[in-house]
Design a protein around this ligand. Structure first.
Ligand code: ATP
Length: 610
């Protein structure tokens, strides 16, 4: 395949905001691609050579790419850099400078998908002292043969700036349209949710149809998208929803990991499928040592722990384990435990379709001595504390114990025969209930930064406020929900421009809906945790537009940054439009209840005074 065919498709995708149109463009294109090439096409569309959970990255610095561009375009590095400062994207710089140069170039060999993949593989693999020079030369070699449009995408791919706006759901729509039917779409989605590998799903459906996709197994080689919990505002409501009986587990406040354990090694994936194994060598060693079996996939929460007085430490402590360097010190400074709560695979048996009671029972037998500290030292493995309840008094008592043990609250889990592990979906089989729910607004929000406003007065020279957005899973777009200017400390504000630089966009990103005009736009990327006093109908914010009131979205009032950067969440994993609508309705119910309660109190006062 000629690389130009792919570059043209990328360009067409960038021209539209419509998810439907993107799926049509992709489906038509996929039909023309050989199944063996489809995998690479899928990875390249998101600027990679591998699935996202594979830590290998092209990660070329913008300035290095600019050097390659300048050398091919025959201009100075300075000229390329000046254009880059104006445009903010090496892809656009490459396109413009190479377009000028091409008018004079006589001959070059057309790029093919294969030649591009081998060039990019060489860039990825360049190592040693002169690795930067090698990377630059490999890129320059490809740029020499590239058309301006191809140069745009080559440079975006190598610098990690591919943002076509066609998300996973759109690609799955396109795959169903190209190689299966609409009815098969859930099978494709499940295959993606249990493998996190869109390239694998694409290649399989193109080569073997939907039957082959259904046969893709849960495997230790692939992380599984995590199951998520719904929320309800009271233990009564939870019991009602669970048909009067459920399991309750302590809800620990740590880092969720999915452990893939084999005889040869253990990988710990974050909920975003990043490899956290180097951060928890003590946990990986204990899991491998104590597994009674050959291989397993389990989930648990890693929590900082004080072995001396047997207490759990707040979330901030475990974040010290998320660094890239100085791990030995962090391991000895911050002891951690994993509290295991689920089992998804054991010795070749897929447990994701089995009910929760069976998964839990098997989990509790799968590890030798978990939860029992060996003589002379503490153990890194434990199970989440749990109980079964069928009345509110018992549920409240367990909740109070969880809070006393420094947990965030409880997780209610369905005991029904249908209580399977729903990879990648949020539902009422698990319901979270936290201490915060008794306060002003139920739960915090995880929002992505899409814009920034320059600060004034004390904040001159740094960003003073951020435009924050939530995600709409139906449309695959982000909508704004608040302007956030509170809760930042000086160090955070000073570091913010650097942190956001990679996401800077020339104009409003095509996947963002916004009425507000910030001074600087950003592609959705950085996710922050935000609390708010309440949710109100908003004429300027665009999330959930029309869901509660025609022509209006929903906005957060008095938003405040909690200090927690959600590095473990991708912008697609932000709080969703549907969740904000649900929280708005919960808030409305709560307000109605409290007005009714006040009226009842007033009535009974009147009765007493009579
Ligand atoms: P969400 O995971 O729902 O997107 P979140 O990441 O902001 O939201 P919470 O709303 O606090 O987290 O609750 C869900 C998280 O609670 C899980 O993803 C998991 O990390 C954690 N957790 C702690 N204890 C348990 C438990 N016993 N069972 C399942 N999850 C637990």
């Amino acid at each position: 395949m000629q690389f130009s065919a792919l570059a043209e498709v990328f360009d067409r995708l960038e021209q539209t905001n419509s998810r439907l149109e993107m799926a049509e463009i992709l489906a038509a294109f996929f039909r023309t691609v050989e199944p063996t090439e489809l995998r690479a096409v899928i990875y390249l569309s998101s600027g990679r050579l591998h699935p996202e959970f594979d830590p290998r990255e092209l990660g070329m610095a913008d300035k290095l790419a600019l050097k390659a561009i300048a050398s091919v375009a025959g201009c100075s590095d300075k000229k390329a850099e000046e254009l880059w400062i104006k445009k903010g994207d090496p892809g656009t710089v490459a396109e413009q400078l190479i377009a000028k140069k091409k008018q004079m170039t006589l001959f070059s060999e057309p790029l093919t998908l294969t030649s591009v993949i081998s060039g990019l593989t060489a860039i990825e693999g360049a190592a040693g002292r002169d690795s930067q020079d090698k990377k630059m030369k490999h890129l320059a070699r490809m740029l020499h043969d590239a058309t301006p449009l191809e140069a745009r995408y080559l440079c975006r791919i190598v610098t990690g700036r591919m943002r076509l706006g066609a998300g996973t759901m759109t690609v799955l729509d396109a795959l169903a349209a190209a190689f299966a039917t609409k009815e098969d779409r859930p099978d494709l989605e499940r295959a993606f949710n249990i493998t996190c590998d869109l390239g694998l799903v694409a290649e399989t459906v193109a080569a073997g149809g939907v039957a082959a996709v259904q046969a893709i197994p849960v495997s230790v080689a692939n992380p599984i998208k995590v199951m998520l919990a719904e929320r309800l505002r009271s233990l009564d409501d939870i019991l009602l929803r669970m048909d009067g009986k459920c399991a309750l587990e302590y809800k620990y406040d740590g880092i969720r990991v999915q452990a893939h354990i084999t005889k040869t090694g253990v990988k710990l994936y974050s909920r975003r499928q990043e490899d956290l194994s180097p951060n928890f060598p003590d946990i990986t060693a204990a899991l491998q040592r104590q597994l009674r079996g050959k291989e397993a996939i389990i989930e648990g929460e890693c929590v900082a722990y004080n072995p001396e007085d047997d207490t759990l430490l707040p979330f901030q402590n475990v974040t010290h384990r998320r660094k890239k360097h100085g791990m030995d010190q962090a391991v000895s400074d911050v002891p951690v435990k994993i509290f295991m709560f689920d089992l998804l695979l054991l010795d070749g048996v897929d447990y994701t379709m089995r009910p929760y009671p069976e998964r839990r029972m098997t989990l509790e037998k799968a590890f030798a001595a978990a939860g029992k500290a060996p003589a002379g030292g503490y153990d890194h493995l434990d199970y989440t504390v749990r109980t079964i309840v069928d009345n509110t008094v018992a549920a409240q008592k367990f909740f109070d114990e969880a809070i006393g043990a420094k947990c965030e609250g409880v997780m209610a889990k369905s005991l029904s025969p249908e209580s399977i592990y729903r990879a990648g979906s949020r539902g009422f089989l698990w319901i979270k209930y936290k201490k915060d729910y008794t306060q002003a607004l139920v739960d915090s929000f995880d929002l992505t930064v899409v814009g920034a406003f320059y600060g004034m007065g004390k904040r001159a020279g740094v960003y003073g406020a951020l435009l924050m957005a939530a995600y709409d899973t139906d449309t695959g777009r982000w909508g704004t929900t608040c302007k956030l200017g509170t809760g930042f400390d000086d160090a955070f504000l000073a570091a913010l421009p650097g942190r956001l630089e990679h996401y800077r966009a020339e104009s409003k990103p095509s996947a963002v809906d916004a009425e507000m005009m910030p001074d600087v736009w950003f592609e959705p990327g950085l996710v922050l945790e935000v609390t708010a006093a309440d949710i109100s109908i908003s004429p300027i914010h665009t999330i959930a537009a029309g869901a509660v009131k025609e022509g209006a979205g929903l906005g957060l009032r008095f938003p405040r940054f909690t200090g927690r950067v959600r590095d473990d969440k991708s912008p697609e994993e932000c709080t969703t439009a549907a969740e904000i609508v649900e929280l708005y309705r919960l808030q409305e119910e709560r307000d109605t209840d409290s007005v009714e309660a006040q009226e009842r109190d007033a009535d009974s006062d009147n009765e007493t005074n009579k």
